[in-house]
Design a protein around this ligand. Structure first.
Ligand SMILES: NC(=O)C1=CN([C@@H]2O[C@H](COP(=O)(O)OP(=O)(O)OC[C@H]3O[C@@H](n4cnc5c(N)ncnc54)[C@H](O)[C@@H]3O)[C@@H](O)[C@H]2O)C=CC1
Ligand SMILES: O=C(CO)COP(=O)(O)O
Length: 313
């Protein structure tokens, strides 16, 4: 079937539908859609050439499907509703690490659908910006470069510019880990610790992102690119970010909207476990895991981070 199919009518799936509809027909599968309005993107209506459906079998003829679901539901979706998909190419649009298996998005796809080519679309972009047609650049990562090049061409628009890489590990880990650091940055700002502390934390956070990713085979330039450094900067500095706002609320001792997708919370737990297994020091991620699980109070966390042995940068 021609055109693009998208699973997930949340903020990102909806925004991608709006963006890709500039190029041709889009079919969007999701729950709870009311007419053509997107609950997660107030004020945004879907264009006429986006077909909305709640029947997953309407997607069964598509060759290429974008999966815009939260990381922690991806595996269950592929085993449940998603079993009806026969697409040759599945593109994950989520950021994180599966808490049960420790896998990244493409690892989850490949475990469920070994016959499909898996790719990931990631990088610095707020759904609301994409839906408004603001200029945005993302990374399309696919181990098979020919497929990656084809997807890059099919999913780019005049305002949505895709770069591509075969370094799936690097792209996925950048997207997963930046959310954890963004929670930490939010905590710092919410607790009133200042811009200097945030800059230090982002930099040391980036150092630990690189440490883990390079150990797992990622390429340094990927971490320095859109999916790593680029998304880290965006998410740690903007109140549009749910991870940042969640951290801000935690730092200020306020509660946060429990209905919101905050990927960094589960990812912090998964990453901390992995780092411990590999004996890789990830002090910021470890603090975020402990703080978000309520195992540590903020004053102790600050004390622990500041009293680590002095070392070379
Ligand atoms: N919102 C944003 O600005 C961006 C989000 N992303 C990533 O996109 C992914 C999805 O995030 P959002 O769209 O923002 O979240 P969201 O919370 O706005 O939407 C998630 C959607 O998934 C649906 N859903 C949840 N469980 C499901 C299941 N088991 N089966 C079917 N549908 C299910 C929900 O009904 C909802 O429509 C996340 O990994 C996020 O990091 C990436 C870039 C930008
Ligand atoms: O991934 C994002 C920006 O690139 C969206 O960030 P949040 O999930 O923190 O809102």
């Amino acid at each position: 079937m021609s055109g693009i199919a998208i699973v997930g009518a949340g903020a990102f799936g909806g925004a991608l539908a709006v963006a890709l509809a500039r190029r041709g027909p889009v079919t969007l599968w999701g729950r709870g859609l009311q007419g053509r309005a997107l609950r997660r993107l107030p004020g945004v209506d879907l264009p006429e050439n986006v077909t909305v459906t709640a029947e997953i079998t309407d997607l069964s003829g598509f060759d290429t499907v974008l999966l815009a679901l939260p990381m922690q539901v991806l595996a269950a979706f592929l085993q449940g509703d998603g079993a009806a998909l026969s697409a040759r190419r599945l593109i994950a649009c989520c950021k994180g690490m599966d808490l049960v298996s420790g896998r990244g998005p493409t690892g989850v796809i490949t475990a469920a659908r070994p016959d499909a080519v898996a790719a990931v679309l990631t990088g610095p972009s707020f759904a609301a910006d994409i839906a408004r047609g603001l200029p945005t650049a993302l990374t399309l990562a696919c181990a098979d470069d020919a497929t990656g090049a084809d997807l890059q061409a099919r999913l780019s628009t005049p305002v949505l510019r895709l770069y591509r890489t075969t370094d799936v590990t690097g792209a996925e880990l950048g997207g997963a880990l930046k959310n954890v650091i963004a929670i930490a940055a939010g905590i710092v700002m919410g607790a009133g610790l200042g811009d200097s502390a945030r800059a230090a934390l982002m930099t040391r956070g980036f150092a630990e992102m690189q440490r883990l990713a390079l150990d797992l085979g990622a390429r340094p330039e990927t971490l320095a690119g859109l999916s790593g450094f680029g998304d880290l900067v965006l998410t740690c500095t903007s109140a549009q970010s749910r991870n940042f706002r969640y951290g801000q609320a935690l730092g200020a001792g306020r509660s946060f909207d429990g209905d919101s997708t905050v990927e960094g919370v589960a990812t912090a737990q998964a990453v901390t476990r992995l780092a411990a297994e590999k004996t890789i020091a990830m002090p910021v991620a470890t603090m975020v895991a402990a703080l978000t699980a309520g195992r540590l109070a903020l004053p102790e966390a600050i004390e622990l981070l500041m009293s680590r042995p002095l070392k070379q940068e």
